[in-house]
Design a protein around this ligand. Structure first.
Ligand code: ATP
Length: 272
């Protein structure tokens, strides 16, 4: 039996129980891939797949996401929006706000966000990655569908990673049972997704900016094919673009195919 009990989760969700349809699996390739297949067969908005083990967990740009049954919470949520794909710019930032505030509702403090898709904890002078978000979008004449994948470390991962990683156990004296953690996150995701559907990222920008790890700091934007772009990070624009003050003016960074690092740090950009 899977580690998470959907019946306990439903009771914890209270009034929102009817908005989510949760299936807990022992194992799958990736919760995003499994949910995508179910979405193609007509699964409703609010479907959640949570898996103890992923055999092919994915990050951005073909990278892999490490997870282990005892120390991770990995799940994907299907959410459908009316309107075209272009209306969903900034969605990964909005999801970051929901994830961070869900963890804060459990008592976690010092949760920070990194553009465009990571949740961080403070780690000495820098930050360590607590959770990653992978959103896959598709649209047709009925609207746009988002597969929102989240990998959260309940305790720090033991694998060899190019960047520091953190776990929820570092900021909570006792990590609650995983159905409690997932319920807290789903409640906050519901809130931010409803706001996003009406106001777009603009409705969540202040909340994102308050948790932005490098607000006002000097950063570099690293792309795979271009020289690093260095500047002062001004935060996110109304549509979720990253604003960078450079010597030649303010640049708006849209592409998710770049990595933001504090100036002077190039770790983890091109994993071997
Ligand atoms: P960047 O820092 O370049 O923006 P990213 O944060 O967008 O990258 P993702 O593609 O979202 O990276 O996540 C995959 C990367 O996350 C992997 O390349 C690895 O470095 C790191 N990673 C994988 N599993 C974990 C984990 N359980 N905890 C923390 N980091 C992980």
């Amino acid at each position: 039996m899977a580690l998470l009990d959907p019946v306990l989760l439903k009771s914890r969700l209270g009034l929102l129980a009817g908005r989510f349809d949760v299936d807990a699996l022992d194992e799958c390739d990736s919760t995003n891939s499994e949910l995508m297949r179910r979405a193609e067969s007509g699964a409703p908005s609010g479907t959640v797949i949570v898996a103890d083990r992923q055999t092919a967990g994915r990050g951005r740009r073909g990278r892999s996401w490490l997870s282990a049954p005892e120390s991770s919470l990995t799940f994907s949520l299907l959410w459908r929006f009316s309107g075209p794909l272009a209306r969903l710019s900034g969605l990964s930032l909005a999801v970051g706000v929901g994830l961070a505030s869900g963890l804060e509702s459990l008592g976690a403090q010092g949760v920070w966000l990194k553009w465009p898709n990571d949740v961080l904890l403070r780690d000495g002078e820098g930050y360590a990655k607590l959770a990653g978000i992978l959103i896959e979008l598709s649209s047709d004449r009925r609207g746009t569908q988002a597969i929102i994948g989240i990998g959260l470390n309940l305790s720090p991962p033991t694998g060899d990673l190019p960047q520091p990683a953190a776990g929820l156990s570092q900021v909570l004296s006792a990590v609650p049972e995983r159905y409690v953690v997932l319920a807290a996150i789903l409640q906050e995701l519901h809130r931010v997704l409803e706001t996003f559907a009406v106001d777009g990222f603009f409705g969540l920008k202040t909340e994102w900016q308050q948790r932005h790890a490098w607000q006002g700091d000097s950063v570099q934007i690293l792309g795979e094919d271009a020289a690093p772009l260095v500047g002062r990070c001004l935060g996110a624009d109304d549509d979720g673009a990253l604003l960078l003050e450079t010597a030649s003016g303010i640049e708006r960074i849209f592409s998710g195919d770049v990595s933001v690092r504090p100036a002077g740090n190039t770790l983890g950009v091109h994993p071997a």
